[in-house]
Design a protein around this ligand. Sequence first.
Ligand code: PSU
Ligand code: MN
Length: 298
Amino acid sequence: MDDFVLSEEIRQALDAGKPLVALESALITHGFAYPANVDITRRMADAIRAHGAIPAVIAIWRGRTAVGLSEAQIEALAADRTAVKVSVRDLPLAGVRGSHGGTTVAATALLAHRAGIRVFATGGIGGVHRGHPEDISADLPVLASTPIVVVCAGAKSILDLPRTLEYLETWGVPVVGWQTDEFPAFYSRASGLPVDVRVTEAAEVVRAFRAQRALHLSQGLLVAAPVPVEDELPAAEIAPLIERAVAEAEAQGVVGKAVTPFILARLVALSAARSQRANESLLLNNARLAAQIAAAWD
Ligand code: PSU
Ligand code: MN
């Protein structure tokens, strides 16, 4: 028995087979500060609607799983500084805690799939941490076991990108480059690491996803779209800041689920508005692309 609070709009859209795009909420609770978090979420939702799909923000609302937050709920979640970061391990604890929570890529992908949503847009996925190959985000095993299309801008080089791609290869997750041959590195368009296939049309993503299902594979499909060129940050500009943020986490003994939010918050503090602009730009780009993919289902 599923225990979702499905919004009326999402329930109707699912019943009618309309295109839907899931959005994560760790971005709201731990990715951006208030009120930038409300603003970027609203702009992503608008972009999804403008491209023919319906946005479904997934979160923990008063301890319960919610698929499709209202604007008022997004506002309240965004302003709640006590909201917890909810990954897979935290999902069964949400009801015990009873608080609001922002769901990570892993938790959002699982819940979206359970609800019947096939496409999910995010910014960067979690992965294997630099210098700590034992610290592997739950995002990776979930991608390996959850049939959903996840649209991202690659992963930040706070992570060990080669090891992250090795994990995805081992566990059979196809990495599709959107109009690129290289796995993007979030702020920067290139990483020097290859994707498995380059696609230029949304229908190709749908075809690959259908082929996975026809073969009874359990994996998701990772679609990696580079940040739009006009908002890209040169790797040389962002790399020293990432080095510093990673070193600070190490020096301060930050561990467990606090690592990623700590490094992300330090990066925001260390870099000026340009990194936020790149972040917003790639999120909007991914929201648009995810909507196009969802709408390309026939
Ligand atoms: N990477 C980013 N931005 C993010 C995250 C990762 O560049 O906001 C968030 C996502 O919600 C992701 C989570 O699913 O952090 C991964 O956390 P962890 O490494 O603790 O699994
Ligand atoms: Mn971790």
